[in-house]
Design a protein around this ligand. Structure first.
Ligand code: COA
Length: 259
């Protein structure tokens, strides 16, 4: 496993773990961390031994408290535009577009770019004390890593408008009520719950899981026709060994054994 300066990563029981490890800075996403995230997602996405990914932050205070504001001071208009574009490409292509499930284990503050990173993940689990928000307007900015696009898709336009325009944080219970996180658990159960969800997914057909992620993502992608992606994937899966095994197992009243 490659050693990173800002991440702790390992593979265990088919899960690729990524811990953003800048605890003293509340795991703020500086550009070096974005570089390393790009590298590890490319690595994990291509590694057949990794069947799912869990992303979390070091310590108990923060998942990620946003993009690193200390790096913002020297950026020109053009550099800021390319930083945003870079985040979009990383979050869309490598995280949301990962061919295996990615779970955000939100262990504290998930703010700004940190919440946007969680929004790009496929599933979000939060601790009871987690706080989430997009406070960019308080810096004279707007979200730049997809927040204006992904948040309304997840929680509806009204809640997204209120969160982005006020910049206020919401607690985990409210986040669950509006669909921003899937589940809220006590801090000590966070990783175990994320692992249990992934282990359940690992019992399913790997190719079906990959196609399902792609078809669900296609619904939000204006360059693709989601219905057609679903039809093509549905047809394609009929030709797979997993489909034959899944149906045979059902008819024989046994659990499937996917290869
Ligand atoms: N970028 C850079 N550094 C950050 C950061 C960020 N987004 N968020 C926190 N930090 C740093 C602080 O500057 C401080 O570093 P220092 O000790 O070198 O001064 C350290 O992390 C601890 O943060 P601090 O603000 O002292 O903790 P707190 O408990 O008082 O407050 C927050 C916690 C999350 C409420 C507060 O840090 C905050 O508002 N952060 C910025 C959130 C934000 O606007 N994110 C969107 C960015 S686009």
């Amino acid at each position: 496993m490659v050693q990173y300066s800002n991440l702790r990563c390992e593979v265990k029981d088919s899960i690729g773990y990524i811990v953003i490890d800048r605890e003293a800075q509340l795991n703020a996403l500086n550009q070096a961390t974005l570089d390393e995230l790009q590298d590890v997602f490319m690595h994990f996405n291509a590694d057949n031994l990794v069947r799912g990914i869990i992303l979390t932050g070091a310590g108990q205070k923060a998942f990620i408290a946003g993009a690193d504001i200390k790096e913002f001071t020297d950026l020109s208009v053009i550099q800021a535009r390319s930083l945003s574009e870079r985040g979009h490409i990383l979050f869309s292509d490598l995280i949301q577009g990962a061919p295996k499930p990615v779970v955000a284990a939100i262990n504290g503050y998930a703010l700004g770019g940190g919440l946007e990173l969680a929004l790009a993940c496929h599933i979000r689990i939060a601790t009871e004390s987690a706080k989430m928000g997009l406070p960019e307007v308080s810096l004279g900015l707007i979200p730049g890593y997809g927040g204006t696009q992904r948040l309304p898709a997840l929680v509806g336009k009204g809640h997204a408008m209120q969160m982005i325009l006020t910049g206020d944080m919401i607690d985990a219970q409210k986040a669950a009520a509006i669909g921003l996180v899937n589940e809220v658990v006590p801090q000590e159960q966070l990783m175990a719950r994320a692992e249990t969800i992934l282990q359940k997914i690992f019992t399913r057909s790997r190719s079906a899981v990959t196609q399902a992620i792609d078809a669900i993502n296609a619904a939000e992608d204006k360059t693709r026709k989601g219905n057609h992606v679903e039809m093509d994937a549905f047809g394609h899966l009929f030709g797979t060994a997993d489909f034959k095994e899944g149906v045979a197992a059902f008819l024989e009243k046994r659990a499937p054994e996917f290869k």
